[in-house]
Design a protein around this ligand. Structure first.
Ligand code: PHE
Length: 348
């Protein structure tokens, strides 16, 4: 068979040439000539269809074998040339370009920070300004001005971490803020309505640590004050937030609740993601998960910052943050967020 002889000759010639090649450039020309799309070997393989069936099989098989041999020869030569190139370089210049690169560790935002940003962005797009406040606070802002005087039972619901600082009369007026609500007062002292803010940040409570409690967690506070603000504005704003953050299919529930600095006060819950309202372990069988407290700003709070409650009204809300990525990603222990385990954090 002429074709087979032709292939054998081609192979012998190609391998003889390959031995003599001394540069990567020459090697590339060889590859194009013998293995490229326009090479003789490719031509033989392409025209197989024109051969009678009996010869076609034998010629095809041999041509493929030779192709594989030439490819192997090429690889070997390529390695040899690169090796030789490295050897001619000395010391620090010797860069082995075939070595795989070193992976650089990639940083990312903490899952709680990501959620804080996401929530702040949603409210910012509704016209709320994002502001921050101090974590070390005065009793005045954290309690007193929020209509929680000394001896008020609401103080017992927020186990407070007090700073070791006493006045002459024996008062301890400084603490780690137990919620982000003190920024309501701080902001309204300086800025008069119309105003709309959200306040993301850390809060602290003196509590034993377990799967759902840690002494430091995050909240985001919201406050809107203007003429004619009503409960409908509060609900509309929080519905829109829930729609954007949790998606349009999740139900939202409002119920009465009590906070001294709002009247009336409500709590908002979201339909449980796991059981869709049927009741499961995550939601304690109720089908709902409470995510925030809210209400209409109490007239006494407005008076305190010299805003006339006869003219202005407002709504406020305060949302716990850690619970949200826990619900979203099915994290069953809040402590995981703060033990700096990269295997956990890298998943977000
Ligand atoms: N500060 C309240 C808390 O931490 C939440 C809240 C904020 C309630 C604003 C009403 C209005 O529980």
């Amino acid at each position: 068979m002429d074709e087979i002889r032709q292939i054998e000759e081609l192979k012998t010639g190609a391998l003889r040439e390959l031995v003599a090649i001394g540069s990567t450039k020459g090697l590339e020309a060889w590859r194009v000539g013998y293995l490229g799309k326009k090479s003789q070997l490719t031509g033989v393989l392409r025209s197989l269809g024109r051969l009678p069936l009996a010869t076609r099989k034998a010629v095809g098989a041999r041509a493929n074998e030779v192709k594989a041999e030439l490819e192997a020869g090429f690889k070997q030569k390529e390695q040899a040339l690169l090796g030789a190139q490295l050897e001619t370089l000395s010391g620090e210049e010797a860069v082995d370009v075939t070595l795989p690169g070193r992976a650089l560790p990639e940083g990312r935002l903490h899952p709680v920070t990501q959620v804080l940003h996401e929530i702040s962005d949603i409210f910012a797009s509704m016209g709320f300004k994002v502001v921050e406040g101090p974590e070390v606070e005065w009793d005045y802002y954290n309690f007193e001005a929020l209509n929680i005087p000394k001896e008020h039972p609401a103080r017992d619901t927020m186990a407070t971490l007090w700073l070791d600082y006493e006045t002459e009369s024996g008062d301890r007026p400084m603490l780690l803020r137990t919620h982000t609500s003190p920024m309501q007062i701080r902001f309204m002292e300086k800025v008069k309505p119309p105003l709309r803010i959200v306040v993301p940040g850390k809060v602290f409570r003196y509590e034993a640590t377990d799967a759902t409690h840690i002494p430091m967690f995050h909240q985001i506070e919201g406050l809107a004050v203007d003429k004619g603000i009503s409960m409908a504005d509060l609900k509309g704003t929080l519905y829109e937030f829930a729609r954007r953050f949790f998606g349009p299919d999740r139900q939202v529930r409002f119920r009465c609740d009590y906070f001294p600095f709002v009247e009336p006060g409500v709590e908002m819950a979201i339909e449980c993601a796991v059981c869709k309202g049927a009741g499961c372990r995550l939601c304690g069988g109720s089908g709902w998960i409470e995510i925030l407290g809210a209400g209409m700003v109490h007239p006494k709070v407005l008076e305190r910052v010299e805003i006339d409650p006869g003219i202005y009204s407002g709504f406020a809300f305060g949302m716990g943050i850690e619970r949200i990525p826990m619900l979203r990603y099915g994290v069953d222990d809040i402590r995981l967020f703060y033990t700096s385990d990269l295997r956990f954090l890298r998943q977000f």
